[in-house]
Design a protein around this ligand. Structure first.
Ligand code: BGP
Length: 470
């Protein structure tokens, strides 16, 4: 009983939130490099180009680009079996439409993978994690343009060929379904909507292009190395009906449709009744070319990776709404919230695992979970993040129940932001998830020095005991 012997314990990051080095090694400008941090109630803003005198959090981030050796040594000290990271598209194809890849960028990730393997840490690599070359947004209108499929497949095939003996586990698009449910340009994969544009139509079309790119990449990957294991990656915000009124169950199911939309295509290989019901509701559907259905059918994934942070409630009447960043949906009187208004629901993770496994019967991988919180560094340098330990402990216990009691096939668990990094939602450093503290503030001040929080030692023991001692 308990977690598998070869369970993948580890942590997760994304290139644009940790690497920095935005102009180094021939890297091109990414859409994230022109995005400011949220300030004084003003949400993140995307500029047209890098402006003088403006602070962009991604430019230096936590400088993983130069400090990866030190960081990987700390992950190894915790006993990580895996490390989830992404490859910045702009390091490999600076403009996205370049004919040839950038060797310096390829060589950087060679060094990172070699360093991980030195400690026996298996990389888990996301191809697209909320960034893309700014050039593809400006010149082609991002994913609304079918040309993006070819550029993305070229990027995927290039890195898979290059790292075929160094990386076995891949994810095509981070939280791919967030394109349908969220409203940030990077959630919507570079889409900045034009006036009078039919947003829902554009979303469905852009989503179709991403699903094609994912399927074509999976198909090509299997030829590059038949041992590759490739997953989709879904955002999974659980939803409960606010009351036991039958109408509220229907509303809740409806709200889950965009959440399941991509899983249905990427696992089952076709637009299901669930997907088609969204087309009906939105009054539009993606335009397909002959052969597209076959592409989707042939490019299904081996496993489902997902992020889980919170649950919400849905209903027709009097549902008090939450106000935190990236949260949407109603307040649950039985749950506490984080400082950023995200509802804390460990049992919800068990339910999420059950829902996904019951529906798809495909191995699952929890690749993001964690609690963004303000940490206080004491005078002696220690950081007692008991709240983080409590959050993770309860979620791991719920995960164990899903495995032991419900029979879910679970591959691994990578906590989000295992080292403090830039928040995707707000651009802040203050919203910390890490076991490792990074000395840097929201305005970019700090030494970037790393230090171990109390949770560092706690997680080390969790991994040592394969989740037995929480
Ligand atoms: C997920 C993203 C991550 C990460 C996380 C936490 O949706 O995949 O990139 O950022 O959310 O969100 P935030 O950084 O806004 O706290």
């Amino acid at each position: 009983m308990g977690f598998k012997k070869d369970f993948f314990w580890g942590g997760a990051t994304a290139a644009n939130q940790c690497e920095g080095g935005w102009q180094e090694g021939g890297k091109g400008v990414s859409i994230i490099d022109v995005e400011r941090g949220a300030a004084d109630g003003i949400p993140r803003i995307i500029d047209d180009e890098v402006l003088d005198g403006v602070y962009y959090p991604s430019h230096e981030a936590i400088d993983f680009y130069h400090r990866y050796k030190e960081d990987i040594a700390l992950f190894a000290e915790m006993g990580f079996k895996t490390f989830r990271m992404s490859i910045a598209w702009t390091r490999i194809f600076p403009n996205g439409d370049d004919e040839e890849p950038n060797e310096e960028g390829l060589a950087f990730y060679d060094r990172v993978f070699d360093e991980l393997h030195k400690y026996g840490i298996e990389p888990l690599v996301t191809l697209h994690h909320y960034e893309m070359p700014l050039n593809l947004v400006k010149k082609y209108g991002s994913w609304r343009n079918r040309k993006l499929v070819d550029f993305a497949v070229r990027f995927g095939v290039t890195v898979m060929e290059r790292y075929k003996d160094k990386v076995k586990y891949w994810l095509t698009f981070n939280e791919i379904n967030a394109l349908l449910t969220h409203w940030r340009p990077w959630h919507q994969a570079g889409l900045v909507f034009a006036e009078k544009e039919n947003e829902n139509q554009t979303k469905l079309q852009a989503m179709h292009h991403q699903l094609l790119a994912s399927a074509l990449t999976v198909e090509a990957a299997k030829k590059i190395n038949p041992d590759f294991r490739i997953g989709c990656m879904l955002i999974y915000p659980l939803r409960y009906a606010a009351t036991c009124r039958p109408e509220d169950q229907v509303i809740t199911r409806d709200k889950m449709i965009p959440i399941y939309y991509c899983g249905d295509v990427q696992v089952r290989g076709r637009y299901t009744n669930v997907c088609r019901s969204l087309w009906k509701k939105w009054g539009c559907e993606p335009q397909m070319e002959p052969g597209d259905e076959a592409i989707l059918k042939d490019g299904t994934v081996d496993f489902i990776a997902f992020s889980y942070y919170q649950s919400n409630i849905e209903g027709e009447k009097d549902v008090e709404q939450l106000s935190g960043n990236l949260t949407w949906g109603g307040k649950n009187p039985y749950l506490k919230v984080t400082d950023w208004g995200w509802q804390i629901d460990p049992i919800g993770l068990r339910i999420a695992l059950d829902n996904l496994y019951d529906r798809y019967q495909t191995p699952l991988y929890v690749v993001e979970n964690g609690m963004g919180a303000v940490d206080e560094v004491k005078a002696d340098g220690t950081i007692d993040d008991d709240y983080r330990i409590e959050y993770l402990r309860d979620h791991i216990a719920a995960m164990r129940d899903a495995v032991d009691l419900d029979g879910v096939d679970l591959m691994g668990y990578t906590t989000w932001g295992c080292i403090d990094l830039v928040s995707a939602g707000t651009g802040e450093m203050k919203k910390r998830y890490g076991f490792i503290y990074v000395d840097k503030d929201n305005e970019g001040h700090g030494t970037l020095a790393r230090s171990r929080k109390k949770s560092f030692y706690w997680y080390q023991n969790v991994i040592r005991t394969n989740g037995e001692e929480l």
